[in-house]
Write a protein that binds this ligand. Structure first.
Ligand code: NAD
Ligand code: MG
Length: 390
């Protein structure tokens, strides 16, 4: 049996992963599951899957987790370090589906033990791409992309010479406000932003889809994972969310990855790679789909896309700063401290204040410098929000 762990097991990607594990009994031995506040879900999944260990990220929930695991053989642990230890427990395959920069150190721990890392947590590569890719090379660990666009690119590149790639195109639904009048965006609420037209995902990534900070992160993720040049990475709005990405080659061919918006495809692809395994994904009826449409993103509506290009040009710690500032701006939006349209200016101001002095040209940040940049960027974002509201 393949020994696997699922980090962020209680979230949207984590639950999709568990769904596939349940559908294939006898194939996987679950080592560790980690989660956050939802200890009831975590415990019931750990018990039903026969996991060795269940970990909540919150130390103050340990007693609740223990109580929920009462009478089972599942070990319980809690806290940030316990999540990292869970990731380091010997396993062949580890799903990284924590949301935010909190996924970085657990992902690195999985890489350091040589496990294959199925990476949904794009923040890992945005904050510390060269560090993480370098660690994978050093420890002989493979990273498989789970973000749907990157899984699509990975599949389109199968058997191809990467030197023959001329461009990659990431598709974006355009999010909840794609068709709203621009002047209405300032008053948009977190609940309105958290409604995705096509994908069913966690709250944070869904709001990031409305602002396209998600696509901005994915541009950087594509650069770090595949090594594409920034100018090769394009974004197009595709409201149907059926084409997940396209790769263009030097001979003019474009390979598109097409399928329903169901994360179990990308999760399952990473689970069974290098084989293709049957998955519970609907077959598309193209005649019923009838049309696929594409349009250029309006840069006034999605300033995050411009910021992503600046971050890719600066390199160094710019990605860590960008990601952390974005996470704090999103927290402040969800808390009602700033409006939807304030998130990009807050992030841009943090980049302006911190990137010139961050060693933007040092290509190999260390874990310490990344964590320090993350911390400073969060403080700086809070200060920028206070200044704006003051
Ligand atoms: P989610 O909010 O539904 O779940 C997040 C998981 O992380 C939960 O298990 C939660 O308990 C855990 N978590 C949250 N904060 C934590 C912390 N500080 N320490 C440890 N664990 C913590 O998120 P999601 O939508 O499943 O997304 C997970 C990751 O996958 C994100 O990086 C997201 O960008 C990426 N992703 C998600 C989708 C999707 O369909 N949801 C698609 C592509 C990529
Ligand atoms: Mg994606």
């Amino acid at each position: 049996m393949k020994r696997i762990s699922i980090l962020g097991a209680t979230g949207s990607v984590g639950q999709n992963t568990i769904d596939l594990v349940r559908r294939d009994p006898g194939t996987f031995q679950v080592v560790a599951l980690t989660g956050g506040q939802n200890v009831a879900r975590l415990a019931s999944d750990a018990i039903s899957l026969g996991a060795e260990l269940a970990v909540t990220a919150h130390e103050d929930r340990l007693e609740d987790l223990r109580a929920a695991l009462e009478g089972s053989d599942v070990e319980a642990a809690a806290g940030r370090e316990a999540v990292i230890e869970a990731a380091a427990r010997p396993a062949q395959w580890v799903m990284s589906a924590i949301v935010g920069a909190a996924g970085l150190r657990p992902g690195l721990a999985a890489i350091e033990q040589g496990a294959t890392l199925a990476l949904a947590n794009k923040e890992t590569l945005v904050a510390a791409g060269p560090l993480v890719m370098g660690a994978a090379r050093k420890h002989g660990a493979r990273i498989l992309p789970v973000d749907s666009e990157h899984s699509a690119i990975f599949q389109a590149l199968r058997g191809e010479d990467s030197a023959a790639v001329s461009r990659v195109i990431l598709t974006a639904s355009g999010g909840a406000f794609r068709d709203w009048p621009l002047e209405d965006l300032a008053a948009a609420t977190p609940d309105e932003a958290a409604t995705h037209p096509n994908w069913d995902m966690g709250q944070r990534i869904t709001i990031d889809s409305a602002s396209m900070f998600n696509k901005a992160l994915e541009m950087i993720e594509a650069r770090e994972f595949f090594g594409f040049q920034p100018e090769q990475i394009e974004v197009v709005i595709h409201p149907e969310s059926l084409v997940h990405a396209l790769v263009g080659f030097c001979d003019g061919a474009m390979m598109a990855h097409v399928g329903p918006p169901d994360m179990r495809h990308a999760v399952g692809h990473a689970m069974y790679w290098p084989e293709r395994h049957a998955l519970p994904i609907d077959q598309l009826d193209l005649a019923a789909v009838a049309q696929l449409s594409f349009r250029a993103p309006d840069m006034r509506r999605y300033p995050a896309l411009r910021l992503a290009r600046e971050v890719m040009a600066a390199r160094g710690l710019a990605g860590a700063i960008f990601n952390a500032a974005k996470e704090r701006a999103l927290d402040h939006f969800i808390a009602g401290h700033i409006g939807f349209c304030d998130m990009s200016p807050v992030v841009e101001e943090v980049l302006n204040r911190l990137v010139p002095e961050s060693g933007g040209t040092s290509d190999r940040p260390t874990l310490e410098t990344v964590l320090e940049a993350d911390h400073l960027a969060r403080q700086c974002a809070d200060a920028v929000v206070t200044d704006r509201n003051g």
